[in-house]
Design a protein around this ligand. Structure first.
Ligand code: PMP
Length: 433
């Protein structure tokens, strides 16, 4: 025993093979850059305005109230008041009789809901279709589960002269999508409204996806975290409500996006017991439980929204109204400097075309870093404004076709958007002088 050196270093590979190729992450780099250099951060997607008073008050009541049991474990698959109100609320919207105990499971944010889905459904060798651009963790999670992601891109239709582009101009090629389904396809991930484009899939597009799912007997993991953030009278359609889809779809939601409280990390899944029973197995063997007080407060938030559904005072009516104004404000600011914003129909993200700025951003001959990465870094360092390169949301094979865009988040206080506008106006003056 004593002859062993005290500092014997391990020489074997410590990490599991499933981590290969997923260790790099755009957020780590850009969050740090933004914190170091930016004056205005429109990069990462979270609101800098407060969560609504009724929700914060519910949290405070739960924290300081008489019911000290709210400081203890609750039911693993969801605090009873929360699963009950989620079943009531979404049962109405889906036209389904939802059983709170079997058709709803609460998770640590939508993030953990996604993780449970991939772990529960994807086996070694299974393929999962991912529509590009996509929320970047889908790819890593499929790989960690042993599956193979199969990518199909949304393609941008050429803009009509002089007209502003819309996120609706990003479209799937029907034949291309159909060609991705194979005997090995286990699931498709749908994210509508889509991060990063803000695209809200139309009924026709959803019917096409649903039809392929049914024909090929494939599951649908439907990430609907931005379900309330739709603009210009557009409607969010739930794919699970289309014929043949309830039985094969897991719907994923997030209180973080729904109530502008991303730090609470309360999310949920809705679906048939046949599917959710497997999510429960993953959940109970990994995370087990989501913070009781946060669940209690979210339950109260939904009880309020159930009463006010569709009424002017509903947060789900007010939030998109406010965000639409913020979107339009950012569109005007970006246009002023010569970027070409693509108007999002939903979410709180906006993608802008930056192809006009190539001469401003120094080329680095020895580097293979894509233009949008170089532009975003240059803008953070030289203009103090942070955004995220769009190619980060594409697979390695397709990245290089999408390097002329960056993504902004407009869920920000008016003062933050004004500060961004000041930067862009100053930039415009420098360009013209
Ligand atoms: N899905 C999408 C499309 C997202 O954009 C996000 C958050 N950025 C999540 C899931 C994760 O949501 P949560 O914060 O509730 O974990």
């Amino acid at each position: 025993f004593l002859s062993l050196p005290l500092q014997a270093k391990m020489s074997r590979l410590v990490q599991a093979r499933r981590l290969e190729g997923i260790d790099k992450n755009v957020w780590v780099e850009f969050v740090k850059l933004a914190a170091t250099y930016s004056k205005v951060n429109l990069g990462q997607g979270f609101p800098d305005f407060p969560a609504p008073d009724f929700l914060r008050e519910a949290f405070t009541r739960a924290l300081g109230g008489e019911n000290h049991m709210l400081h203890q474990y609750t039911r693993a698959f969801g605090h009873p008041p929360l699963v009950k109100v989620l079943a009531q609320f979404f049962g109405k919207l889906l036209g389904q009789d939802l059983d709170p105990m079997n058709n709803v499971m609460v998770t640590v944010g939508a993030y953990q809901a996604l993780f449970c889905c991939f772990q529960a459904f994807v086996d070694e060798g299974d393929e999962v279709i991912i529509i590009e651009p996509f929320f970047d963790c889908y790819e890593s999670m499929v790989k960690m589960a042993g599956g193979t992601p199969v990518f199909v891109p949304l393609r941008l239709k050429a803009p009509k002269d002089g007209k502003l582009m819309s996120s609706a101009d990003w479209q799937l090629d029907t034949a291309e999508l159909a060609s991705k389904f194979s005997k090995r396809t286990k699931a498709i991930v749908l994210n509508s409204p889509n991060n990063p484009l803000g695209k809200v899939f139309s009924r026709g597009e959803l019917e096409l996806i649903a039809d392929l799912c049914v024909k090929n007997d494939v599951l649908c993991i439907s990430d609907e975290v931005y379900e309330w953030l739709v603009y210009d009278g557009k409607e969010h359609i739930r794919i699970a409500s289309l014929p043949g889809m309830w039985d094969r779809t897991v719907i994923i939601g997030s209180a973080g996006k729904t109530f502008s409280a991303t730090g609470w990390k309360v999310g949920w899944t809705l679906g048939p017991d046949r599917l959710l029973q497997h999510l429960r197995t993953v959940h109970q063997n990994s995370v087990y439980h989501c913070a009781t007080i946060a669940q209690e407060a979210v339950a109260q938030g939904f009880q309020r929204e159930l009463m006010l559904y569709g009424k002017p005072d509903s947060y789900f009516v007010q939030l998109p109204r406010q965000l639409q104004q913020k979107r339009d404000c950012l569109v005007r600011s970006l246009e002023a400097v010569g970027m070409k914003p693509i108007i999002p129909q939903g979410t709180y993200f906006l993608v802008a075309d930056i192809s006009e700025f190539k001469s401003d951003v120094p080329d680095v001959p020895s580097s293979d870093e894509p233009y949008d990465y170089r532009f975003a870094k240059w803008m953070i360092k030289n203009k103090g404004l942070a955004a995220i390169p769009l190619s980060a949301f594409f697979s390695e094979a397709h990245k290089n076709n999408y390097t002329n865009f960056i993504r902004f988040c407009f869920a920000k206080e008016d003062a933050t958007l004004k500060a961004a506008n000041d930067i862009l106006q100053k930039w415009k003056k420098e360009k013209t002088s």
